[in-house]
Design a binder for this molecule. Structure first.
Ligand SMILES: *Cc1c(COP(=O)(O)O)cnc(C)c1O
Length: 379
C-alpha cells in the first residue's frame, strides 16, 4: 500500500471545477495582482480568524518580514523566538537586521516555553533587556503556543507579539483564534499548509488599524500616496489567482480540519490498541483546538531506523525539523552551542511526522500503525 505524507491531488479532484472556472475568469479579466479577489479573501480571512484586519501578502515568510518592519524592528533590536521551527521564523528576524534570541520549547507541545522566556528576559543585563522589542511564538504543527503568559510578559516588558501562525489557521487557544491574540498574526498559503494556494502566498492579521495601515503601505514599497515614499517597503503583494483559489478552499477548511482531527483520534486509539503507548508518544492537546497541520509522534528509540523502515514500506514521513535553528551554520554568529536547548535538540532526534491529511483512508492509517508495530515488535 502507498501512503504519501500529503496527497494534494485528492483534494484538487474535489474542487477542480470551481478552481478552473475562477482561473478562467481571472485570465479573461487580466487583473492579476491585488484587487477585488484579494480583498474578498482578506475579508474572509479576517472573519475566519476573528481578527479586525487581514492583508494578503506574497508568502508566510513575507508576512513575518512585513510584521517586523511595521513594528519598526531592525538593527540593535532583539526578538525572542523558538529554535524549533521552520527556518523563516528566525530568518525573517535576521533579515530586518535584528538578533534572534532563542528560548527552548515545552516537551509536550514543542511550543516555546513562557517560563523560559521570562527567565531569558530576567537573566539579561538591563541594557540588553531594553533592546528586546518583540516575541515571536510559533503555533507549531497546528497547535497554539501558551499565549496567556506570553501576553502577560509582552505587557510587562512592552513587547510586540508576532504570532507565526503559518501552520495554524483556525487553531484556537482557550477559545481564541490563532492570529487574533498577538499584535500581528502571520499565515502561509504554501501548498502543504492546511489552507494552501496553487503557489506562494500568505496573509497577515492585525489587531490595530494603525499596524494594518502601516503594513498595507509597506506591502507596496512603502509608497503612500503612490510614488511618494516616507518608508522603504517591498513587493509583498498577493496574486489574484492565489487569492481566488484560497477563497474557494476556505469554504471547505473546517471540514478538512475535522477530517485531520478524526485521523489524529484514530492514530491515538490504534497506537494504544497496538500496545505502542510506551514507545510512541502522540501529540498532546492542551486547552486548544489543534488543527493538525502535522501529526508528529515522538518515539522512545530508533527514530532514524523507523523512518527508513516506513520509507521502504511506502509510507511518507518527514522530520520537522532535523536541525534546531541555534545549530544552523548561518546563525553561528549568535554563539549558541550544542546543549543550549536540550528539549529542542531531543525533539529534533526523536520526532517524526506521519500522514494525517484529510483524504487519508482508514485502511491507509491502519497500515501506518501496523507497520510501526511491525518495526518495534517483529523485527
Ligand atoms: C511555512 C512556514 C513559514 C513560511 O511560509 P512560506 O509561505 O513558505 O514563506 C513560516 N513559519 C512557519 C512556522 C512555517 O511553517
Amino acid at each position: 500500500m502507498m501512503v504519501p505524507l500529503l496527497d494534494l491531488k485528492a483534494q484538487y479532484r474535489s474542487i477542480r471545477e470551481e478552481c478552473l472556472a475562477v482561473t478562467e475568469e481571472i485570465y479573461e479579466s487580466q487583473y492579476f495582482i491585488l484587487g477585488p479577489r484579494v480583498e474578498e479573501l482578506e475579508a474572509g480571512i479576517a472573519r475566519y480568524c476573528d481578527s479586525p484586519y487581514a492583508l494578503g501578502v506574497s508568502s508566510g515568510t513575507d508576512a513575518l518580514l512585513l510584521a517586523l518592519m511595521a513594528g519598526g524592528i531592525g538593527p540593535g533590536h532583539r526578538v525572542i523566538t523558538t529554535p524549533y521551527t521552520f527556518f523563516a521564523t528566525a530568518g525573517s528576524i535576521s533579515r530586518v537586521g535584528a538578533l534572534p534570541v532563542f528560548v527552548d520549547i515545552e516537551p509536550d507541545t514543542f511550543n516555546i516555553s513562557p517560563d523560559l522566556i521570562r527567565k531569558c528576559i530576567e537573566d539579561m543585563p538591563e541594557a540588553q533587556r531594553k533592546t528586546v522589542k518583540a516575541v515571536m511564538p510559533v503555533h507549531l504543527y497546528g497547535q497554539c503556543a501558551d499565549m496567556d503568559p506570553i501576553g502577560d510578559l509582552a505587557r510587562e516588558y512592552n513587547l510586540m507579539v508576532i504570532e507565526d501562525a503559518a501552520q495554524a489557521i483556525g487553531s484556537e487557544y482557550k477559545g481564541r483564534r490563532a492570529g487574533a491574540m498577538g499584535d500581528v498574526g502571520c499565515f502561509s498559503f504554501f501548498p502543504s499548509k492546511n489552507l494552501g494556494g496553487f503557489g506562494d502566498g500568505g496573509v497577515v492579521t492585525a489587531h490595530s488599524g494603525q499596524l494594518y495601515e502601516e503594513m498595507k503601505i509597506l506591502r507596496v514599497h512603502g509608497g503612500h500616496p503612490k510614488y511618494y515614499h516616507r518608508k522603504i517597503g517591498g513587493n509583498f503583494r498577493l496574486d489574484a489567482l492565489q487569492a481566488a483559489i484560497v477563497s474557494i478552499k476556505l469554504k471547505y477548511l473546517d471540514d478538512w480540519t475535522a477530517a485531520r482531527q478524526e485521523n489524529a483520534g484514530n492514530y491515538r486509539r490504534l497506537f494504544k490498541e497496538a500496545g505502542l503507548e510506551e514507545i510512541v508518544k502522540c501529540p498532546v492537546e492542551k486547552e486548544n483546538r489543534h488543527i493538525y497541520n502535522q501529526f508528529v509522534i515522538s518515539v522512545e528509540r530508533d527514530r532514524d531506523e523507523l523512518r527508513q523502515f516506513l520509507t521502504e514500506n511506502n509510507i511518507g514521513n518527514e522530520i520537522y525539523y532535523p536541525v534546531p535553528l541555534h545549530l544552523q551554520e548561518c546563525f553561528a554568529y549568535l554563539n549558541y552551542r550544542k546543549g543550549d536547548f536540550p528539549v529542542s535538540e531531543h525533539a529534533a532526534t526523536h520526532t517524526l511526522a506521519l500522514p494525517v491529511y484529510p483524504e487519508l483512508a482508514d485502511q491507509q492509517l491502519e497500515y501506518v500503525v501496523e507497520q510501526i508495530r511491525n518495526f518495534y515488535f517483529k523485527r
